[in-house]
Design a protein around this ligand. Structure first.
Ligand SMILES: Nc1ncnc2c1ncn2[C@@H]1O[C@H](COP(=O)(O)OP(=O)(O)O)[C@@H](O)[C@H]1O
Ligand SMILES: Cc1ncc(COP(=O)(O)OP(=O)(O)O)c(N)n1
Length: 280
């Protein structure tokens, strides 16, 4: 059996909700063989980030070498890359001719900063220009476009600034923190604009939504799917994953990576599915 392959380069979350753990769950759910290079070991859970330890450049380089010299990924994504030196190291790997999805992770939902100011500068000048897709949330888009975003026309202005000044192929400004619905906006370098909307679920359990959304896009690009179709699948996946979140932990809990696979083709609810499962 030939499987498509995808790589994530990011930080960890021992509680399994965000970072590399969310990425690998997303790849697996989309039937893609997942690989992972760890940049930083983060002690975090649903209540916040409690400790961060960056791996040495030597360790990151050796991990990258061992992946790329053996199993070539068909798409790659980056998440938490905390330091400019790490970005410098990663640059030649993500500039290979495969789709590159960049989640410009800066701050966790808990409010904890995950990358340094210098790293943000490097992200803008070096990594974003070579990205196929970037997926900023509202705060990240504000930093990248150097403006505040309060309404739909601000989203268009910010996206155009990011496309023109920083040069990715596609920018998706995610709507988890803007507006009454969860509307995501994709703008392409050649002037196309598309939106995807789902209800905004009234829940605190959205830990790792950005990681999951960008990882599903990466998995679909690894299969050779068109970018817009990949975003559509990621949007349906994340909406169901949030709607059927397992309400774990004492704070902002993780999403449900089984929901899309179980529910996207049928009318059943998650409760009915679980009942059927218990009877088996
Ligand atoms: N409460 C919610 N209900 C439905 N979709 C949501 C909700 N919160 C976030 N999303 C979706 O999850 C994805 C991640 O968005 P966002 O929360 O803005 O990013 P981040 O996790 O990076 O802050 C987007 O597709 C967004 O529309
Ligand atoms: C190691 C690590 N990487 C990224 C994040 C941020 O995750 P994200 O999906 O943007 O959403 P929240 O977890 O902030 O809700 C993280 N927490 N840890």
């Amino acid at each position: 059996m030939k499987l498509h392959t995808a790589l994530t380069i990011a930080g960890t979350d021992p509680s399994g909700g965000a970072g590399i753990m969310a990425d690998l769950k997303s790849f697996q759910s989309r039937n893609v063989y997942g690989m992972a290079v760890v940049t930083s070991v983060v002690a975090q859970n649903t209540t916040g980030v409690h400790h961060v330890e960056h791996l040495s450049l030597e360790s990151i380089e050796k991990q990258l070498h061992d992946v790329y010299s053996d199993i070539m990924p068909q798409a790659v994504k980056t998440g938490m890359i905390a330091l400019p030196e790490m970005m410098d190291l990663i640059y030649p790997y993500v500039s290979k001719p495969i789709p590159y999805v960049m989640d410009p992770v800066m701050i966790a939902t808990s409010g904890d900063r995950l990358v340094s100011d210098e790293a943000v500068h490097f992200l803008k000048s070096k990594l974003i220009p070579i990205a196929t897709v970037i997926t900023p949330n509202r705060n990240e888009a504000e930093v990248l476009a150097d403006m505040s975003i309060t309404c739909e026309s601000d989203i268009t202005t910010a996206a155009n600034r990011i496309l023109q000044d920083l040069g990715p192929q596609v920018v998706i400004i995610k709507g988890g923190h803007i507006g009454e619905n969860a509307t995501d906006y994709a703008f392409t370098k050649d002037g196309n604009v598309r939106t995807w909307t789902s209800p905004k679920y009234d829940t605190v359990h959205t830990h790792g939504t950005g990681c999951t959304f960008s990882a599903v896009i990466t998995a679909e690009l690894a299969k050779g799917r068109d970018v817009m179709d990949a975003i559509g699948i990621a949007k349906d996946y994340i909406a169901l994953a949030i709607k059927y979140n397992p309400a774990l932990g004492n704070g902002c809990g993780p999403v449900n990576h089984m929901a899309y696979g179980l529910l996207s083709n049928g009318p059943e609810t998650m409760d009915e599915l679980l009942k059927n499962d218990e009877r088996r």
